[in-house]
Design a protein around this ligand. Structure first.
Ligand SMILES: *Cc1c(COP(=O)(O)O)cnc(C)c1O
Length: 214
């Protein structure tokens, strides 16, 4: 199946209010252009250097999303152009994004990453920390927190994944309003389950571009 056919197959399963982020990490410029020419405009990357290189070389109307762990010293490189940062996982990072957004006269859209998985190596705030951060987020004038992001445990146990998504959905519903309206949850293997749990932004890599080599 071509990239275009894969995108269409996924989009056919999504209602119009669900956004598809094509995860293009480790993919070539040609693969991304192929998706772009077939109507895909949102791409997600997890490494700053790769993201910046691709941004420079590809069409300027692409919406770039940062989905991987972001180090504070790298924020300045993406602050001029990034559309959405999914992976905000510390207050230190919030302060830095706010500062760099201000220097660029921007308000940067962000999601708070929430740790819902069993694995220790996944980043994110604990559920209890989210409330505290949300309550003071308005003091950061150059950041708009528009929702939450989470990754489920990497497992075949659908029930477990469902429970983790349900946890994040319930947290999201506590804060949901006109501005806080984005729930980024679901990848190639679990996006249908994520959508059942109210996800409205899915991050899909291998189901669009094929298996990654790493
Ligand atoms: C790689 C990645 C994805 C996409 O994973 P696939 O299984 O290839 O769909 C989604 N979200 C994040 C944060 C990732 O790092």
């Amino acid at each position: 199946m071509s990239i275009a056919e894969r995108i269409k197959k996924i989009k056919d399963k999504l209602s119009h209010d669900i956004k598809l982020v094509a995860v293009s990490k480790n993919r070539t410029l040609d693969e991304i252009l192929d998706a772009y020419k077939n109507g895909q405009v949102i791409f997600g990357e997890n490494k700053v250097q790769e993201l910046v290189n691709k941004y420079k070389k590809l069409p300027k109307d692409i919406e770039w999303h940062m989905i991987g762990h972001l180090q504070t010293n790298k924020v300045k490189e993406i602050a001029p152009f990034i559309s959405l940062i999914h992976s905000v996982d510390s207050e230190k990072l919030i302060k830095e994004i706010n500062k760099r957004a201000g220097q660029n006269n921007r308000k940067i859209n962000c999601l708070l990453q929430v740790h819902i998985a069993e694995e220790k190596n996944k980043y994110g705030f604990n559920i209890s920390q989210v409330e505290e951060i949300v309550s003071k987020i308005n003091t950061y004038q150059n950041i708009q927190v528009i929702g939450l992001m989470g990754m489920a445990t990497y497992t075949d146990d659908k029930q477990k994944i469902n429970m983790e998504f349900d946890k994040l959905k319930k947290l999201y519903e506590k804060f949901k309003n006109n501005h806080f309206n984005t729930l980024s949850m679901g990848m190639s293997n679990d996006y249908l389950l994520a959508i059942k749990n109210q996800s409205n932004m899915i991050r899909v890599g291998s189901a669009i571009f094929g298996q990654r080599n790493n």
